[in-house]
Design a binder for this molecule. Structure first.
Ligand SMILES: [Zn+2]
Length: 169
């Protein structure tokens, strides 16, 4: 099985893929199922909890998750249809921004509607880590990275660290 290559936010050329809006999937077929299997392989290899298409150069509205103590999950053409009023702070990292973490504030609970790899529509209410992973991965489909969700002071600090890391190579 092919191990997919990461788009890395430290690389300005590839960064463009991470900053684009992904396109809806038109057909849930064997080719897509193969891609999803490869995404799981790649995510597990790097001990990630989620991986979205744009992170591996695929501008398709797909992501996979494996939040702690949860099962493997596939989301195709997802929409977040509800978010809780209550917001929580949670430390996030990203396979596309290796080695850096930051506290990000997001709604605690969400409801997401999507299709699975068999083409079946489902609605899922999530809280805790799974809710967090889904929101983070969903952002990737919109070209949004987790540091965009920080307040201006925290974001500037984060970008300075990222720049330092870039220069260290
Ligand atoms: Zn990410």
């Amino acid at each position: 099985m092919r191990v997919l290559t990461f788009e890395n936010s430290c690389d300005s050329e590839q960064d463009r893929v991470l900053r684009q809006k992904a396109k809806p999937v038109k057909d849930i077929n064997d080719e897509l199922r193969r891609t999803l299997a490869e995404m799981f392989e790649t995510m597990h290899k790097d001990r990630g909890v989620g991986l979205a298409g744009p992170q591996v150069g695929l501008l398709q509205r797909i992501f996979v998750t494996h939040a702690e103590r949860d099962q493997d999950r596939v989301f195709i053409n997802p929409s977040i249809i509800w978010t809780s009023q209550e917001q929580v702070k949670f430390e996030e990292g990203c396979l596309s921004v290796p080695g850096l973490w930051a506290d990000v504030v997001r709604p605690e609970k969400i409801k997401v509607q999507a299709w699975n790899e068999r083409g079946r529509a489902f609605t899922l209410e999530a809280a805790g880590v799974l809710s967090r992973v889904i929101q983070h991965e969903y952002d990737h489909l919109e070209g949004i990275l987790f540091m965009d969700r920080l307040n201006e002071t925290a974001r500037q600090k984060f970008l300075a660290k990222l720049e330092k890391q870039k220069q260290a190579g």
